[in-house]
Write a protein that binds this ligand. Structure first.
Ligand SMILES: [Zn+2]
Length: 369
């Protein structure tokens, strides 16, 4: 029988084969370039059709967030497009998957991938609907950092997604949010008269292509660079911040995924002791409205006030909020199954997209629109 093969040399791929037989494959997750973070994996299993196969990800305990593995279930797909969760064991620091492939290949990923081709299709849809699609700057490796502008109103609102490359749920969120803005939705039509949305759908494009969890191609956590971004090592952040200075910023939403916490939550600039009463009210309005507009949002569980320690001041939602006297909110979605999912529903890209759609009324509520 043929030996199993593992492929990961494609956009966003991440896995290194250690050893394989016809029935077992041992792999490890590869750390981000010039950094110690690792957790994102995305690979294709070839061979094994019709046979019982065991895959072991052997260095799971040595990844950035080992607390993220208990209770986590891997995403699997037969065609690379439709993904579902599969039973996953975490034993002795290793992730163990048992499957019986019904096709010549099976894809496995930490969360549902979001291909660049899908982003390009979304940008085309935005262009056709009359939105502006610009290149705000270029990444460390020279790839475009896109900005989408929708709306004609005086209130500038910024959305930043995928500073952490492996947090692909942020891209699904953007798709749901932007599609609602581009649709005939009455609330969207009203907000486009009152606001101007500036959306950065893929801030860390180098990391997304390379299959990183968190780091940029220069080895930085981009979401710790917003106080004084180095234009050489963090050109992605420097470009977005320059555009914010040009357009203004009344509110910023930074879209993320969290490896450990099985809930959706918002971490607001109100956690900053220097936040103004207006900023605190804005965050509270957002949370109150989102509890009504989304069945999966909750406020009981989130980050402690001490999250990110001394690095907190350089996070997008804190630094931009402070600089522009804006409302700043980091939105976190889980990699694990979301405990607030309705019965029968599974937390994948589709629900993240629905959550993006459902966030629009909460943004309106900040400005009492
Ligand atoms: Zn993140």
């Amino acid at each position: 029988m043929d030996q199993l093969r593992i492929e990961s040399e494609f956009e966003g791929g991440n896995a290194r084969l250690i050893a394989a037989t016809s029935a077992e494959a041992e792999l490890e997750i590869v750390a981000d370039k010039d950094a110690a973070w690792s957790q994102w994996f995305y690979f294709k299993l070839c061979g094994g059709k019709g046979r019982a196969v065991t895959i072991r990800i052997c260095n799971a305990r040595a990844t950035a967030y080992p607390e993220g593995w208990p209770g986590y279930r891997v995403l699997v797909s037969e065609d690379g497009e439709r993904w579902q969760r599969m039973e996953t064991d975490y034993v002795d620091g290793r992730l163990i998957l048992h499957c019986r492939p019904q096709a010549d290949a099976l894809w496995f990923a930490y969360f549902v991938p979001y291909p660049l081709a899908r982003l390009e299709a979304l940008l085309d849809q935005a262009r056709r609907a009359g939105a502006g699609v610009d290149i705000l700057g270029h990444s460390f490796e020279g790839r475009p950092v896109y900005g989408v502008t929708v709306g004609h109103g005086p209130v500038p609102v910024w959305i930043v997604a995928r500073q952490h490359a492996g947090e692909t749920m942020a891209s699904w969120w953007v798709e749901g949010f932007l599609r609602r803005l581009l649709s005939a939705d009455p609330l969207a039509a009203k907000l486009l008269r009152e606001m101007c949305f500036h959306i950065v759908p893929l801030a860390n494009i180098d990391g997304a292509v390379r299959g990183h969890l968190r780091g940029s191609a220069s080895g930085l956590d981009l979401n710790r660079q917003w106080d004084t971004p180095d234009p050489e090592r963090a050109p992605e952040v420097a470009a977005v911040l320059a555009a914010m200075r040009q357009k203004g910023c009344a509110a910023v939403f930074d879209i993320h995924g969290d490896e450990v916490i099985p809930h959706i939550f918002a971490d607001g600039c109100d956690m900053d002791p220097t936040a103004t009463p207006e900023q605190r009210v804005g965050v509270q309005r957002f949370k109150d409205a989102l509890l009504k507009s989304s069945p999966v949002f909750q406020v009981a569980v989130g980050y402690p006030a001490t999250y990110a320690g001394s690095g907190a001041q350089a996070m997008c939602a804190r630094a931009v909020a402070a600089h522009f006297n804006a409302v700043g909110i980091t939105l976190e979605m889980p990699f694990k199954d979301c405990e607030e999912c309705p019965p029968g529903a599974v937390w994948t890209g589709d629900l993240a997209r629905q959550f993006g759609h459902d966030c629009l009324p909460a943004i309106a509520a900040i400005f009492e629109l």
